[in-house]
Design a protein around this ligand. Sequence first.
Ligand code: SAH
Length: 430
Amino acid sequence: MTCALTLAAAAPRVAATASPLAAASSSRRRRLGATTTDAAAAAVRRRRPARRRAAAAAAAAASDDDDSHYYSGDARGPNAVEDVVELYLARARATAADSDPSSIVDPDDDGPPRGRGKGRVYLIGTGPGDPGLLTLKAFHLMQTADVVLYDRLVAPAILDMVHADARMLYVGKQAGFHTRTQDEIEAMLLGFAEVGATVVRLKGGDPLVFGRGGEEMEALMARGHALSIVPGVTAAAGVGSELGIPLTHRGAATSVRLLTGHLREGAAKEAASGEGNAVADPIDFAVTAADLDTTLVVYMGLGTLPSLAGKLIASGFPPETPAVAVERGTTPRERRVFSALGELPDAVLECELKSPTLIIIGKTVALSPWWPRKAGEKAAEGGGTFVLQEGLAEEDTAAWFERDGATVRKLRAMGNAERKAAAAGGESAR
Ligand code: SAH
């Protein structure tokens, strides 16, 4: 079964749509005869027996836990870190580099303070998946790496951009393989830095948003190493923009709140015993802190979605509050489920969304051009004020806007060469 299709006509308040790229690949599948749209739509609409639904809920929760390595650790292997560092050293000796790729970055930039060892450590956000969302700084630093530590959410297309001689180490979860604990990852970062390597730590999204980047920074600093941090487009921003969902919007959302649906291991115990500042249940916190003028963005929230939706509704959120769950946002395999909040948990189960999935709840979700509307309703109302740049907009486009009742304000635009010349001459180019 696939959910990569539009259900708006059949079920106005619940719709699963695919990105244009995913739609293209699903039409390719159809040409191959794998799934027909009608059969798939019927399968999506069929209600699943309670037992299967419970199993699917458990599977969704388990798959969501795939991301729990951001919070918790796993079994450790003795000496594993030392072995890896030793392996790196042996390889580095064997392939003694004859060029200094770090010169690709700003030659005047001495990089982060190096602390006791000589190596540099860069903690880099790679965005939600679309390689186009990688920053130029991240790209350049990826050309300087001796060793790269990456986890599950870093897109393969982005890994392909790391230069060919870098040593690549997967430190995320993988069935059947030893999973690195957070302590081991931190020990590896230190180990490589202290033997003089340029270490690039790649993380999905932004490294400091639910990415444990802060912990890695603290571990390095505790040993006298500083690191440079390169921001990435966090899933909320990447997915929100791609879907045309403003996270804040005048008159609809005065704030945005990024939440985790997943509880850090041990936090419940700490909270119960009154230790630390632990919050017992992030969902309870989300609900007490939420208001109708806030856009809620939930990371790692598949497993706890039924609880979150129920508690939000019990605390006064209308069940028809617009919401969306997006799996693998900004990638060709993206799947989206638009739904009213009250129906979202069921819709997500029916479409069998898996991790990584981001959930956005709030009035601004209905501003998305993909939000299902009643037949005949226009996606966007006419009027408003359009700002056109002279020389960039066709005259007849301006006329079109004017005809639609908009006010057209013209701005002076200059060519970029002209702007640079003006800036060089000390004149403001703005
Ligand atoms: N540092 C990351 C978040 C890591 S936590 C960031 O800033 O985006 C992992 C969670 O992020 C996933 O469970 C999911 O909720 C969300 N996420 C990350 N990338 C995503 C994507 N491409 N599509 C949907 N959700 C995503």
